[in-house]
Design a protein around this ligand. Structure first.
Ligand SMILES: [Zn+2]
Length: 243
């Protein structure tokens, strides 16, 4: 038995234990953390949409002011043309003024049409905004409740979690960077998040594939860290094993 390796094997088993506990704590939170972040994303998107709509409405309001101003000036122009029409001296002058008059009247019609549409848009836009704000309020309340719920759960497990994380940090230092990184890589790649398993009835405790006798011997000798040939998990001998 290599004493150094034996220590590392025990530490591997320890960090795995700690991570199982931490996972259990995280599992207790269920889908709540995901629900909270989904709600936050939704609210952010919605708030942006509301600001966007408000900006559009403000632009439209300004367009209305401008168009009304334009209507006023055009109306004055029309009155002026109508007065001039009475004082023309020849047909050519009359035709020219009539043409200007017609154009101005057309401008007025178009402006009035624009105003009608703009008013309709504003009315509809305001109704939409009201709906969006109502929905936003509902979602914000929902988020507050879910956040409170999550905070309660987080608070309840905080002491335990802190203790486990401190323990984890200590083990991590003993393992050394390379071995710790290997552990992390395996842990994040296997479906049950177990990077370290023990022999169970002659098989790998992770994938249940039988371990060759020669490899089993090496595991029990504890002078080498052995990985399962099938699933890649690190295999340790259980303390009392005479497997
Ligand atoms: Zn395996």
């Amino acid at each position: 038995m290599d004493k150094n390796i034996a220590i590392k094997l025990t530490k591997l088993s320890d960090i795995q234990e700690v991570d199982i506990h931490l996972n259990d704590i995280i599992k207790l939170r269920g889908t709540l953390p995901d629900e909270v972040s989904a709600l936050q994303r939704y609210i952010k998107k919605m708030s942006e949409k509301i600001v966007e709509n408000e900006d559009l409405l403000a632009t439209l309001q300004q367009d209305i002011v401008n168009k009304k101003e334009f209507l006023k000036t055009t109306e004055k122009k029309v009155q002026r043309y109508e007065a001039q029409q009475m004082e023309v001296r020849n047909n050519r002058e009359y035709d020219a003024i009539t043409k200007e008059l017609e154009l101005s009247k057309l401008d007025m019609q178009l402006a009035e049409k624009f105003l009608r549409t703009a008013y309709e848009k504003i009315e509809k836009g305001n109704i939409d905004l009201e709906e969006l704000n109502k929905l936003l309020k509902i979602k914000e309340n929902e988020l507050t409740l879910k956040n409170q719920e999550l905070e309660t759960i987080l608070k309840a497990s905080k002491t335990e979690e802190d203790k486990l994380n401190r323990k984890r940090e200590n083990i991590k230092n003993t393992l050394g960077e390379m071995l710790y990184n290997t552990y992390e890589r395996i842990r994040t790649n296997v479906p049950n998040s177990l990077a370290v398993v023990s022999i169970k009835k002659g098989a790998c405790g992770g994938c249940c594939i039988v371990i060759p006798p020669q490899q089993k011997l090496v595991i029990y000798e504890r002078n080498k860290i052995v990985s399962c040939e099938h699933c890649g998990r690190m295999i340790i001998a259980s303390e009392e094993a005479t497997d």
